[in-house]
Design a protein around this ligand. Sequence first.
Ligand code: CAO
Length: 552
Amino acid sequence: MDVTVPDLGEFSDVEVIEVLVKAGDVVGVEDSLITLETDKATMDVPSPAAGKVSEVKVDAGSVVSSGDLIVVLESEEPKAEETNDQPARESAEVEESAGSAADSEPKFKPDAEPAAEPAAKAEPRLVNVPDLGDFSDVEVIEVLVAVGDEVEAEQGLIMLETDKATMDVPTPVAGSIQELKVKVGSRINPGDAVALILPSAADAPADNGTTESPRQPAPANVADAPPSAPPGPVAFDQTTALPAVGVVDETAFSRAHASPSIRKLARELGVDLGRVRAGGRKGRVTSDDVKAFVKRTLKEGIAGSALPEVPTVDFAKFGPVEEVKLSRIQKISGPRLHASWVNLPHVTQHDDADITELEKKRQSLKADAQSKNVKLTPLAFIMRAVVLTLAEFPQFRSSLSADGQKLIVKDYYHLGFAADTPKGLVVPVIRDADSKDVYELAEALGELSSRARDSKLGADDVQGGVFTISSLGGIGGSYFTPIINAPEVAILGVSRSSFKPIYDGTEFSPRLMLPLSLSYDHRVIDGAQAARFITRLSETLGQVDRLMAALP
Ligand code: CAO
């Protein structure tokens, strides 16, 4: 079977950037044979049938056009229908980026239309998702610009990824980004709004004398991108459980210069593409680069700290079993928790805080709060106490720099809290918790946890935390070892309070004691600091007036 280049629409002389098979290889239907690259997209040409490659007719660097012979295949089941259908289907796949011959523009070139009535003055223009051929619900893997950025015409705004191609959506006009309508992880369809752009003078009508300076990115955006923070893709489907170090850096992954098939290979092997040295043409990562990376990592692992494996057991030999699939959140949070556990030396410090007075205060405010539709649980007070304590202990709101040589201390107080949802554990983040009193903290807590349970959290709701609280107080138990939400350096575990006889030097009296468990990264925090932190936190929980004081 002769496998040819499918219909590339108006494109011709497209460069082959990678040949993914060689003579003798056995391929399956849909296995990628070569990768093509135009200036707008990279795309794989898949095999229309299963079989053995008998001859490869192109090299990396050759240029091809529709109909050119790529590979001769000894097909196992050369069904006429398959052979005929495939190029047509492929052509649709390629068309999603290459455009039909009838169009004067490539199909992925975005439409830009005035957001408002055209006027003599420069009006913001809306850039929409272009025609994506037969793709829909395509994932945004990267947002390449921020609000306030000045962009050139044709500069990429976002990057999309299907299982066949990654592609930029460029802006048709130069100007400044006024608003972004999508986030990493958003799923988009043709016609959806991407960004609002105020065209620059050159792209604006002649009499437009606008001198509007670009806005600076909002501080929240800065906060959302700490140097080592894992990025957001996990966030879009509310699966941001516990991000950790040692896992794939999604931002670097999406920026890596690699074709869809290499991305797929890297995903399958769990390779952090951003860390792979690119040895291909034009700085591309090839399959050999990925394999070399895996070999090196394995070698280093074996020589260094490879983990002994847990034995696999056929449980069915011992009795009836049932297989239950892990939820999406569990699949993502599991490796992240594991990465944190094996990469960060955890120590957990326990203490009991006397919250007798605090609880009296809470009970006295509960009804009033309820009338305002706020559920005032102990957690809101604990959050306030944590914020006050974090203000005194900057290391606890820091992260280690990527090279491990510096501490990055964050001067903002976005507090994460673990929320138990039907789909698994997620960690919503309360922004600027230091500017909220206990009522406002309780309100934010209620609102975010209810959205978490309804799977309605957005990317911004689960990013940028500096410290996390995991409260099992509503459930029970006393003390546990919470796993640090890396790259944060500490996490507070809260268990259920109970009355205990406390000796005051003269007599025992019943006091309501709250069990606290502080896990910390021993590379950053030493035991004495942790003991000081938890002691101060316990004291603060006893200082009801301080917790209730008006915010400065
Ligand atoms: N001691 C005693 N009682 C407590 C308490 C504590 N430390 N914390 C909460 N309670 C009480 C509350 O006051 C409430 O009682 P009332 O209904 O009588 O007022 C009840 O327990 C239930 O509280 P809640 O759980 O609904 O609310 P919360 O603000 O304490 O917690 C949230 C909110 C989202 C953190 C919680 O619902 C949740 O999901 N917890 C699980 C977190 C988790 O899974 N962590 C483990 C992570 S590691 O796997």
